[in-house]
Design a protein around this ligand. Structure first.
Ligand SMILES: [Zn+2]
Length: 492
């Protein structure tokens, strides 16, 4: 492939040619979830966006180290320096140990992302696993005069940093406006200036997550963990830092300030931000009820959608928008995505059985180049998908004897389509090609009847008949699952 990958760097506000720091290797850090509640669909979109970036970099042949953290301490309510720790609060409300909260929602996060077929990161470090590293960074910042201690808390001195650096460089804010607009909240009176941010917070007696430090018992500030973990696993300067658009300020701005103050150089070469997901044209929010959890969407048990949508369809739907655009999820949009995806998979089935011609009228090479050009243009999945539909159209024409495809082209097209769909877009191609029909209910009833007969045979110790029924079902790709409460089945 002789095309150059170009990425949109939020720092410069421009598309830039991507050249990694070390040839052939890419280091990427993405801010992970704060595990105090079930992962919501908007977060899933962010992680699916970076899954595409991870997958495509690998497809290009890079050796990628993808670090995505788990925030399990230090993230306070409203992203401010005052207020309760989100995990502590949940633990208090549910009368659990904070680590029980962390475990529960980390498992939910992993399960949900696995359902969406995202690849696990190379390293998934936690904030609580890197308290020592964070304390070391704070010590360095205090030694350099860039941070100060007051009453057991340590704050980053934004004004001092701004004397030689530019605080607000990423989010394009200037310090004067920040000084003007930053509110002083209760509990922040220790700060020299309201825009300073906490590196370490003194733990009040009721604060249950606490660690000893040179400044007394406390806990780390939220922004610091990402600097500690990205530096540890990717180095003082690394290639790509990603996250949701909402993290640009203050979180990523603070990360830049901390790391630059410590290492005297910019920590990140390319900043990539994924846009948000709206639901029926409005921002998703629990408080307004305009909200849906991934599992409610997959099961169909919700008030917003008339039927269930598979994770694969939802993923395909999200990829039909560019990661930097807002995507709005609605019944009509999901139904259209489901139809489209089915059409794509049908084309693959048609291609598999296509009778090839002696001549060829499908220009595979130029089609492939257009697909690569789309992805090389800042991971433009909607354009790639449009090219996949072009191929589907050509296959249909060939199927109807209106276009010739020879055997060699058929083989190349089959392979490349599968690579784009499965490997690059991460779609499992599991969706049933057949249309849903009334027959489904009948099939379920019939299988249940057979399972009942099998159970009866086993009770009579007629294992020959029982095995015969099981083998017959297995031959039809129906897997009986024997459990305590009887036998269930799934269709492979
Ligand atoms: Zn972060």
């Amino acid at each position: 492939m002789d095309q150059q990958l170009v990425v949109y760097n939020s720092l410069s506000g421009k598309k830039e040619a991507f050249t990694p720091l070390v040839e052939g290797h890419v280091g990427i850090y993405v801010c992970g979830p704060t595990v105090y509640s079930n992962v919501h669909l908007g977060n899933c979109r962010t992680f699916i966006s970076f899954d595409i970036i991870f997958r495509y970099l690998k497809y290009l042949g890079y050796k990628v180290r993808y670090v995505r953290n788990i925030t399990d301490a230090g993230h306070l309510e409203n992203d401010e320096d005052a207020g309760e720790d989100r995990i502590s609060k949940r633990a208090r409300l549910e009368q659990l140990e904070p680590m029980e909260v962390v475990q529960r929602y980390t498992v939910d996060f992993h399960n949900t992302l696995a359902t969406f077929n995202t690849l696990p990161p190379s390293i998934e470090p936690t904030a609580t696993g890197h308290i020592m590293e964070q304390i070391e960074l704070i010590k360095t910042l205090v030694d350099k005069g860039m941070a100060y201690e007051v009453n057991g808390s340590v704050y980053f001195d934004v004004l001092k940093y701004n004397q030689h650096h530019q605080y607000g460089i990423l989010s394009k804010r200037n310090i004067e406006d920040l000084i003007h607009n930053t509110r002083t909240l209760d509990g922040q009176i220790d700060k020299k200036n309201p825009q300073d941010f906490a590196l370490w917070k003194k733990a009040e007696p009721q604060h249950i997550m606490r660690w000893p430090s040179p400044w007394g018992v406390g806990f780390p500030g939220w922004h610091l963990e990402c600097t500690a973990m990205s530096t540890k696993y990717l180095g003082e300067t690394f290639d790509i830092h990603g996250g949701g658009m909402d993290l640009k300020f203050p979180h990523h701005e603070c990360e830049i300030a901390q790391a630059t103050a410590i290492h005297q150089k910019a920590p990140v070469r390319y900043w990539l931000h994924a846009n948000m997901l709206t639901l029926n044209g409005k921002k998703m929010a629990k408080s307004t009820g305009n909200n849906i959890l991934p599992h409610e969407l997959f099961s169909g048990e919700n008030k917003l959608f008339s039927k269930a949508y598979s994770p694969e369809v939802v993923r395909f739907f999200m990829l039909q928008a560019h990661y930097r655009s807002i995507v709005d999820i609605s019944e009509a949009a999901l139904a259209a995505a489901e139809k489209g995806y089915q059409r794509l998979l049908e084309a693959l089935t048609q291609l598999a059985t296509l009778e090839t011609a002696a001549t060829n009228a499908f220009d595979f090479e130029s089609w492939q180049a257009r697909c690569h050009a789309a992805m090389n243009d800042d991971f433009n999945t909607p354009v790639l998908i449009a090219h996949l539909f072009d191929a589907a159209k050509a296959i249909k024409s060939a199927h109807n004897n209106q276009l010739d495809i020879d055997a060699a082209t058929k083989e190349k097209l089959q392979k490349q389509l599968e690579v784009f769909i499965k490997e690059v877009l991460g779609l499992e191609m599991k969706l049933q090609h057949k249309k849903q029909s009334a027959d489904d209910g009948l099939a379920t009833a019939t299988i249940s009847l057979l399972l009942e007969l099998r159970d009866q045979a086993r009770l009579k110790r007629d294992f020959e008949t029982a095995d015969q029924i099981r083998d017959a079902l297995l031959a039809l790709n129906i897997q009986p699952n024997d459990g305590k409460d009887g036998t269930t089945f799934n269709i492979q």
